[in-house]
Design a protein around this ligand. Sequence first.
Ligand code: HEM
Ligand code: FPP
Length: 320
Amino acid sequence: MSQELLSAQSTAGDQSAATDIPIKTISEQSVQTASWKDYLELCKPKVVLLMLITQWVGILLAPVSASFMLISCSLLGVGLSAGAAAAFNHLADYRIDAKMNRTKKRPLVKKSLAAHQVLIFASLLGFTGLTLLWLTVNPLTSILTFFSLIGYALVYTLYLKRATPQNIVIGGLAGAAPPLLGWSSVTNSIDGGALLLVLIIFTWTPPHFWALAIYRKDEYAKAGIPMLPVTHGVPYTKLMLLLYTLLLVPISLLPWLSGMSGLLYLSGAVPLVMHYLYSSWKLFKEADPLEERKQAIKSFRYSIIWLFAIFILLIGDRML
Ligand code: HEM
Ligand SMILES: CC(C)=CCC/C(C)=C/CC/C(C)=C/COP(=O)(O)OP(=O)(O)O
């Protein structure tokens, strides 16, 4: 039986001491009792919840009104499929996850679940979600959701993440898809309004993720993942992050410019995006390494608040 010994060193910001984690091949693992919390963790629930909010906006802003039943089936179908994609990501990445402090307590790494359990769970979830969409929503939405699932679980996780520092720019399309999936659930078509909402999330993804990648640069380097700060350095990453945030200024105003949303949206979106720009500028200008890490994690946290607030504004604007 071959055993691979990986050294999980603590990084600058972590309290934990360096530990040696013996990693057995996944078939050799003795699995401890699994709880429902482990299965829930596989689905990346907080990420999927925010995606469902963006999907709901797609449903609300589509030019046709939808029944409660259709909305429920659409949200459930996409939610199950996104959860399945996240569980496949846990399965494909468990070796990488074992090397990083942020992810080393995940169910497959701490052996509370075995690979075959995750595979069965993810397959069941994905099959149920896609079938539900096909039968109760429409085949177009089911097919688009299938591509998003494959885009994240296979194209991003198995290929892009390990191959190029542009991984999250291209892979970001899968995560940006939910507003389109919501819109197509109602209209059975792919329209400009839906693509505009997708564009907001697509442009937001690089500053969202690169802020975290700057904060966790050493861990990504140790795990051998070619994230932008690892391959091109922190100053270049900060510049790219700033440029994408700058791009987000006109793009986040498009819902108002195109007449899709009104003054309520505009009055909230302007200060939100200007603050985001200020946060990225502050990170760009920061030269002290310790302060830079602090500003990077602040910027990452703000990115999540930003996207949530922008989509809540879109909902509020439509409902008033
Ligand atoms: C390729 C695209 C994306 C990448 C690479 C990415 C990366 C990440 C990573 C690595 C984390 C974990 C941070 C941690 O554990 O401390 C995270 C957290 C988060 N992401 Fe993203 N993300 C992407 C797209 C999205 C999208 C599209 C959404 C929502 C619409 C989203 C929402 C969130 C939320 C809510 C969290 C916080 C989760 C928590 O606190 O448990 N992300 N993201
Ligand atoms: C059907 C559909 C809408 C699919 C979308 C699926 C989905 C859950 C996308 C999330 C994007 C995300 C959190 C990427 C981070 O992966 P990572 O492997 O870089 O992060 P990690 O290290 O935290 O696992």
